[in-house]
Each structure stands twice: as structure tokens, then as C-alpha cells.
Design a protein around this ligand. Structure first.
Ligand SMILES: *Cc1c(COP(=O)(O)O)cnc(C)c1O
Length: 467
């Protein structure tokens, strides 16, 4: 065996012990860890010929990069929609790395880890009070989940005209409607060969809403004169966490022939709380659903899942079958994930989710959701009470979308956000809402407490009083 490999094999215990201690140090101080890094690392030297071994690699990493790793898994990182990692999810993720399974088939020789994936999907359906007529699988993020779901929708659309788009390409215009789709759904249309501009915008409801105006949707459906369509809906939108009216859409499904997709990347977790579950009412009637796990489920990146109605299983297999490999068998007879989603080889991504759901249960996730919403409301209340800031939209759930008060301060929003993020104590992201420059703070991390909101509002006021 190669010298360096042999040495590391013999010293595995001390190597992993060092990483454990380093990891604990990081997590124990996550609250103090800067949320942005001001340093830029210069590209390092060439690849070493004989290698330096694991221990020296760790030292080199620590000397070069460790200090600039930001606390994005900590309680005051409110940029994008960024979850943390629960302790049990870290256990599951570590074991995923150690077992290093390739999750594909459920029976036959070799790997059986897909059974764990099935089991985890069942737990997720239970958490969400969804019926068992969905099948699901794990992908890297909600972008890939949207891609997977819309890929099956594309195949469904073709079948209406006895066309097989998966086999022969997209040779017909596809009718697609959406009001405020997430950028990743649009990106998926591009990746699917449909084209990112080939969808029609539905009006939003009046009164500072981002939800579908159902009567406008019905008008657009009427104009199709009976042609099928794909409807991309939101639960909730990323700026203001607005939800489409799923009960109304479920009713439309009784009258019209369409594929109903819900992007519930983070907003679907509203169902974990009795207080907010009405927002998702009727969603069990959708054909496909996108759920992110590295957001509100608080497991490490990269983790998301798709749910597609079981009755569409053949469409899904037609879309993703790895059909030119005869040794993999008939995809319709022997279920394997490699015929069911974009990836072929895949890590056991279900395991961190399995661990976290089993460890914290329905009550644990109810707590995480309700706590996040409470934190958003405290920040929202501070903004409403202040002279200096104003909300761009009501705090509907866990996101706060706000800006500096007064029209003349619009030019200062970018600078204010830069200063705020430069404090390294909090991180928020810029947005534009109703043609106004704004700032967005999204609460999905299980660690955030009222103390964190105090730190954040203090820093906000310091910047105001120094300007
Ligand atoms: C974050 C998000 C996505 C994309 O998710 P990734 O995990 O970044 O791929 C899609 N839809 C919504 C509503 C989101 O919030």
C-alpha cells in the first residue's frame, strides 16, 4: 500500500478524534463565529507529489481556510433561507459518510439502503399529514426537486398527445402557468428543454399579495380551449411567504386537465404547527411537491426531496430511466432509484433526515417552526415600531421583508445592508419587492433565540445612529 494511505489507515482513530474535537469547538462557539468573512484566500501552491498525509492536510486546511469558514449554520445567519443542522442530523450525516452506500435498488443483490429511503419518505409523509399515495426520493436541493417534478410533468404533458418527450425530445409548446415561481423552477424549465421564458404569468391577488389570482387563472384556462397545462404553485413564496389557495386549485382540478406542482421548499413546514397548517390546506391533491430538507428540516446540505403521486410512477420511470444499461434490468419490473430521479450513484441522503425525524418527532418540528415564526414576528414588531425601518410586506410566517423608511432613503439600502453584514454578527440578503429595494431576513434555524434578535436590532440601530 502507498505509504501515506498506510500511515493514515493506522492512525484513523487519532485523525477522527482530532476532527471530532475541532467540530465540537466550532459548534460550541457557533454563536460567536463571524457570519461573513472579510479575508480573501490566495490560491495555494501546486499539488504535492507524494502527498502530506491526513494530519498535515488538516493542519494546512486549518492554517489556510478554517478561520474564514463563516457561521452560516448559526443562529443569526438569516440570508437566503438557510437552515442549521440538528445534533441528530449531524450523527446521520457522519454515518452516511462512513457507510458510503450507493442508494439505488430495494431488492436483489448488493445495496439495500433504498429501503431506508422508503422508510424515511414514510416518516416525512407522516410529519406532513400527507396520504400514502405519494412516492418520493432524495435529491441535492429544492432546485433538483423542482427539476425532477417538472420533468415528470413534462412527460405527462406529452402523453396527452401520445408523444414521448423523454424519448423524442420536446417537440410541442407546453402550456405552463405560474404567478410567482421560485427562480429555480424557471431554471428547471431551461434545463428541461422547455425554455425559461416559456411560461405564462398569472396575476397575483390584489393587496400586496404574491398568490395566484384564481379568476385570472380561470380566464387563462378558458383561453386554452381544453388543452392541458402545467401549473406551478407556491407554498410559500421566498420574499413574503405567501401561499397560493390550494383548496381553490384542488377544485379546479376536478374541472380541468392539468399537472399541479407545489414548490413547498420551506413553506410546507407550516403544516408542522396547528397554528399554521391551514396555509397548506388542500395540498394533498397536488401531483408533485418539492420539499427542501436543508432549510426548515435543519439537516446539513445537500438535502431535499420530491413527492410525486404514485399513479405517475410510469411517467417518472420513462423520464429518468437509465435505459441503455442492460445489466440494470427492466426499470418497470425492478424498482431502482437510478431509474427514478436525475442521479445514478447517490449517497444515503435519507439518513440524516431519518435521524432527525426520529430524534425530535412531530413536537420537535412543531417547536422549530413555531419558534422561527415567533422570532420573525419579534423582528417584524421592532421594524413596525421603529421610525427608521418599514415592512415591505406583512410578516406572514418566518420571513421579514423590510426596507429603510422614506423614499429618499432608497439609495441608502444597499449601503445599510453592507454595513449590517460587515458587523459579522448577522447576515441578511438584498431583495427587490414592489419595485423597492429591500432586505430579507429568513428564520429557519433551530438555534435562534430572542437574545439573537436583541443583538440584531442593536446592530441595526447602531448603524442608523452613526450615519
Ligand atoms: C430555496 C428554494 C428553492 C431552491 O432550493 P435549493 O435547495 O437552493 O436548490 C426552491 N424553491 C423555494 C421556494 C426555495 O425557497
Amino acid at each position: 500500500m502507498n505509504e501515506q494511505l498506510k500511515h493514515d489507515l493506522e492512525n484513523m482513530e487519532s485523525l477522527l478524534e482530532k476532527v471530532k474535537i475541532q467540530g465540537l469547538d466550532f459548534l460550541n462557539q457557533i454563536s460567536e463565529r463571524p457570519t461573513t468573512s472579510k479575508e480573501v484566500v490566495m490560491p495555494s501552491t501546486n499539488l504535492n507529489d507524494i502527498g502530506i498525509g491526513g494530519l498535515s492536510a488538516l493542519k494546512l486546511f486549518n492554517d489556510t481556510f478554517e478561520q474564514i469558514i463563516v457561521g452560516s449554520t448559526g443562529p443569526r445567519y438569516l440570508g437566503f433561507v438557510t437552515g442549521g443542522s440538528t445534533p441528530a442530523s449531524i450523527v446521520g450525516d457522519w454515518l452516511t459518510t462512513i457507510y458510503d452506500q450507493n442508494t439505488q435498488a430495494t431488492k436483489g443483490q448488493g445495496d439495500i439502503s433504498a429501503i431506508l429511503e422508503f422508510e424515511t419518505i414514510k416518516l416525512v409523509l407522516d410529519l406532513f399529514h400527507l396520504p400514502n399515495d405519494f412516492v418520493g426520493g432524495f435529491v441535492t436541493g429544492a432546485t433538483m426537486s423542482n427539476f425532477t417534478c417538472l420533468g415528470v410533468a413534462r412527460q405527462w404533458y406529452g402523453k396527452n398527445f401520445e408523444m414521448d418527450f423523454a424519448k423524442n425530445g420536446v417537440s410541442k409548446k407546453i402550456n405552463i402557468f405560474s404567478a410567482v415561481p421560485h427562480s429555480s423552477a424557471i431554471k428547471s424549465l431551461s434545463m428541461l428543454g422547455i425554455g425559461s421564458t416559456n411560461f405564462e404569468k398569472i396575476k397575483t391577488e390584489a393587496g400586496n399579495r404574491e398568490s395566484i389570482d384564481i379568476s385570472d387563472l380561470e380566464n387563462k384556462i378558458a383561453a386554452l380551449k381544453g388543452e392541458p397545462f402545467i401549473l406551478i404553485t407556491s407554498g410559500g413564496t421566498v420574499n413574503t411567504v405567501d401561499y397560493d389557495d390550494f383548496n381553490a386549485i384542488a377544485k379546479l382540478k376536478e374541472k380541468y386537465n392539468f399537472w399541479w406542482h407545489i414548490d413547498g421548499a420551506f413553506g410546507a413546514f407550516a403544516v408542522c404547527s396547528p397554528k399554521y397548517k391551514h396555509l397548506m390546506q388542500g395540498w394533498e391533491n397536488a401531483d408533485s411537491i418539492t420539499i427542501d430538507c436543508h432549510k426548515w428540516l435543519n439537516v446539513p446540505y445537500e438535502n431535499a426531496l420530491f413527492l410525486v403521486k404514485e399513479k405517475h410512477k410510469i411517467l417518472q420511470t420513462e423520464t429518468f430511466q437509465n435505459s441503455n444499461a442492460p445489466y440494470l434490468g427492466n426499470p418497470l419490473e425492478n424498482f431502482s432509484y437510478l431509474n427514478f430521479l436525475p442521479e445514478n450513484s447517490r449517497r444515503l441522503r435519507a439518513l440524516p433526515v431519518w435521524f432527525s425525524l426520529v430524534a425530535y418527532g412531530k413536537k420537535g418540528y412543531q417547536y422549530i417552526v413555531e419558534n422561527s415564526v415567533e422570532m420573525a414576528n419579534i423582528l417584524g414588531q421592532f421594524i413596525e415600531n421603529s421610525e427608521e425601518f418599514e415592512l415591505l410586506a406583512p410578516v406572514r410566517l418566518n420571513n421579514v421583508c423590510f426596507t429603510l423608511s422614506k423614499e429618499e432613503n432608497q439609495s441608502k439600502v444597499t449601503d445599510f445592508l453592507t454595513q449590517l453584514n460587515n458587523t459579522q454578527k448577522v447576515f441578511m440578503t438584498p431583495t427587490i419587492y414592489n419595485n423597492k429595494k429591500g432586505i430579507r431576513a429568513s428564520f429557519v434555524n433551530w438555534r435562534t433565540t430572542k437574545k439573537d434578535i436583541d443583538i440584531i436590532t442593536n446592530e441595526m440601530m447602531k448603524i442608523i445612529s452613526n450615519s
